[in-house]
Ligand binder design. Structure first.
Ligand code: MTE
Length: 311
């Protein structure tokens, strides 16, 4: 039998949904915290065609059915490559993914620059099947592969004066939009306790394979209790700072996109309600949950805050 080496695998061959679901059931049955090792792979799946990244299952994963891979990789927001949903899949392939470094600096004891291949080995990769909710009213369920951002931040030792983390992304005017649709480079920010929260994922893959360019390769943030725009793609620099950093969408329209941007069905966007959402692949609308369903894990971060004012 011909077994292809990983780099030759076409995106269309990546773990089909049915196989993925099957494998997940098996992994879950094997118990959380166990590595998805060789013994757990159904014999029918040739190893090389199954997920190449190898990840541990996570208790933070939802049981909901993951959105189809072609929607996850074909219906995107990555404004640097165009504002239509199909533009990132068409245009982001121009981005060179190697060499790539992620610089972590600012109010830290040990500033460091990580090479992307070093980053892939920094901590055990986990499979996190997260609900994702876009401010535009659609949602997906995505099996991400990554590790908690906290594992990276701990390595650089944030100082006592550090309060926020700022995420700066790749910007190359030769291949990306020059029109100032947003302020480039796209920037995002989190309060340091949000950044260190175990749900905040430094993400290197999805569906068990390295991220595709349109999803923010080679490294992005995923913050599942916030609207999708907080999850910055193609990050090159993280700055640990004292003051709340400026963020791309907040700069573009502060009355529409607050710094916190927690998914909140009770706080409408000025131009539309946030009470419900349409899961990609479904027709019916479903109610949007506070903190996108992660309230139990994250609501305590916002105790004492007025989330209508600090939206
Ligand atoms: N990151 C960068 N660099 N540029 C962007 O335009 N869009 C954001 C976020 N991260 C964006 C970005 C928005 S609005 C959303 S909804 C999510 O990425 C979409 O991620 P996905 O396309 O992987 O689903």
């Amino acid at each position: 039998m011909l077994i292809k080496p990983a780099p030759d695998i076409l995106p269309s061959e990546i773990t089909p949904r049915a196989v993925f679901d099957d494998r997940r059931r098996i992994v879950l049955r094997a118990g959380l915290g166990l590595a998805a090792g060789a013994a757990l792979w159904p014999a029918a799946i040739p190893r090389a065609r199954a997920a190449s990244l190898g990840s541990l299952p996570s208790p933070f994963s939802t049981d909901e059915a993951p959105t189809k891979l072609d929607a996850v990789t074909g219906y995107n927001n990555f404004y640097e490559f165009g504002t239509d949903k199909g533009d990132p899949a068409r245009n982001a392939g121009k981005m060179a993914l190697r060499p790539w470094t992620l610089q972590v600096e600012g109010l830290v004891g040990r500033p460091r620059t990580f090479d992307i291949d070093e980053l892939l080995k920094l901590a055990p990769l986990e499979e996190r099947i997260y609900r994702m909710r876009c401010v535009e009213g659609w949602s997906m369920v995505i099996p991400w592969n990554g590790f908690p951002l906290a594992a990276l931040l701990k390595q650089v030792e944030p100082l006592g004066s550090a309060k926020y983390a700022e995420f700066l992304t790749h910007y190359d005017p030769e291949i990306m939009l020059r029109r100032p649709v947003l302020h480039w480079p796209y920037a995002e920010g989190l309060r340091l306790d949000e950044a260190m929260h175990p749900l905040t994922l430094l993400t290197l893959g999805l569906y068990g394979e390295p991220l595709l360019p349109q999803n923010g390769a080679p490294v992005r943030l995923v913050v599942p209790w916030k609207y999708g725009f907080k999850s910055a793609k193609s990050i090159v620099r993280i700055r640990v700072v004292e003051k709340q950093p400026a963020t791309a969408w907040n700069l573009a329209a502060p009355q529409e996109y607050g710094f916190y941007s927690n998914v909140n069905p009770a706080v409408a966007h000025p131009r539309w309600s946030q009470a419900s959402e349409r899961r990609i692949g479904e027709f019916r609308k479903r109610p949007t949950l506070p903190f996108n369903g992660y309230a139990e894990q994250v609501a305590s971060l916002y105790q004492g805050m007025d989330l209508r004012a600090d939206f």
